[in-house]
Ligand binder design. Sequence first.
Ligand SMILES: Nc1ncnc2c1ncn2[C@@H]1O[C@H](COP(=O)(O)OP(=O)(O)O)[C@@H](O)[C@H]1O
Ligand SMILES: [Mg+2]
Length: 317
Amino acid sequence: MRHLFVMDPLERIHVQGDSTYVVMRTCCERGHEVLMCEPRHLFAREGRAGAMAQPTVVSAIPPHFQTDAAIPVNLADFDVVWMRKDPPFDMDYIFATYLLDMVPPTTVVVNDPVGLKVFNEKLWAMHFRELHPPTLLSRDAKQIRAFVEALPGKAVLKPWDGNGGRGILQTQKGDVNLNSIIEVLTLDGKQAVIAQPFIPEIRQGDKRIMLFDGEPVGALLRVPAQDDFRGNMHVGASVQATELTARDKEICDTLGPALREHGQIWVGIDVIGDWLTEINITSPTGFQEIRRLTGKSLEDELVDRVARHVARRRNTA
Ligand SMILES: Nc1ncnc2c1ncn2[C@@H]1O[C@H](COP(=O)(O)OP(=O)(O)O)[C@@H](O)[C@H]1O
Ligand SMILES: [Mg+2]
């Protein structure tokens, strides 16, 4: 099989924790051909998506990545194109998805670029009303304030397009900083924020459940550090093994058909207590942590699954 990974520059990849790295390594170990490029190396000519891509060999031994000079490639000549650029989900990201739209159906794109463009990680979760905390999305200071004041307990405010826990704040009725927090987070009314009840179960952790083709395949719990409430690993949360509860399974069963319908093959959802908070489709991670906690190799399982997708596409072509 031939794989193209569209990703961040290699110097930004931390081999101790990166999921893209272990998938690339798995492909190489199986003798597959691997090339990589950044989104800025994509182009289109006469309606066909192309890239200036570097043949790459990925191994467990430093320097981990060995790349050759970039060569022009046609994306249609790959079995799989992996879109693994990390957020921000900005215009550059969306631009890349338009180019990936030009890849013919004989190539599997992980994840389907139409879905990547249409669904936002935080806002898509809001469509599943019975799974998502009762949330306000607004840029109106009065409305946000009223929402916070009507809650019996604490509130969480966060940027609608944030990631990595950046800008996530706790507040409540009577907080003398509330107006100021709203001004700062909405950029004086220019940007929408997400307002939610504070979910106290965050003390036990923010659960990341990995789904392949809409089916849960592994999970881990990110437990906030003592002095923080954010369950993001790079702000100091630690990881723990975990099991799926009946509610987690219900969430997965509800989301599964939508993920499959829209070609979202590799997805990581976030669940706090009983609530789905995010559907991460751009670049979900956690394989290395799950492997350390459970011994399970999701990278192997994913490459197997994607190979089955490739075989099916070839048969129908
Ligand atoms: N409603 C909430 N109640 C309690 N904690 C929350 C809530 N929303 C977010 N958090 C905290 O902030 C962290 C990051 O939130 P999330 O919505 O996943 O944004 P990000 O994309 O920045 O990771 C969570 O792991 C959790 O610790
Ligand atoms: Mg998150």
